[in-house]
Design a protein. Structure first.
Length: 136
């Protein structure tokens, strides 16, 4: 069964409550999976990490920010191409202006719920974003 697990990790939705927006990122073209697709921040759990530590580390690596008000949003198991993806999703606010890691991300953008159809997102991310918009 372990050989069928593609990812155990986290997702993070940075929210701007005042403007009702969430920050999304465009995956670098050098990514093995879903290059050029839009996604929420996050990544793979490292050995010995818990989900909260993972999301804090990933956000720091991807947009060089700390998080305020980290809240659990949703946990899910998703099956895609005969592989299993396990994700613990969180939302909260960024402490600083995001500066993205160009090795990981080619672009970032704050979007409103009405813009979800304007982007090609990684599988499952639209559902997470809809849950995030319900919180703001």
């Amino acid at each position: 069964m372990v050989d069928k697990v593609q990812m155990i990790g986290t997702a993070f939705l940075p929210v701007d409550r005042e403007n009702k927006k969430i920050l999304v990122s465009k995956r670098s073209m050098n990514k093995k999976y879903f290059p050029g697709f839009w996604e929420v921040l996050g990544g793979n759990l490292e050995f010995g990490e818990d989900f909260k530590d993972c999301v804090i580390r990933e956000v720091k690596e991807e947009v060089n920010c700390d998080i305020m008000g980290l809240e659990h949003l949703h946990s899910r198991v998703m099956y895609l191409n005969d592989l299993m993806y396990i994700t613990a999703a969180y939302y909260g606010e960024l402490c600083d202006e995001p500066v993205f890691n160009k090795d990981e991300i080619s672009e970032i953008r704050w979007i409103g719920e009405d813009e979800l159809g304007d982007f090609e997102f990684c599988p499952g991310d639209v559902e997470l974003l809809k849950l995030g918009f319900e919180k703001i």
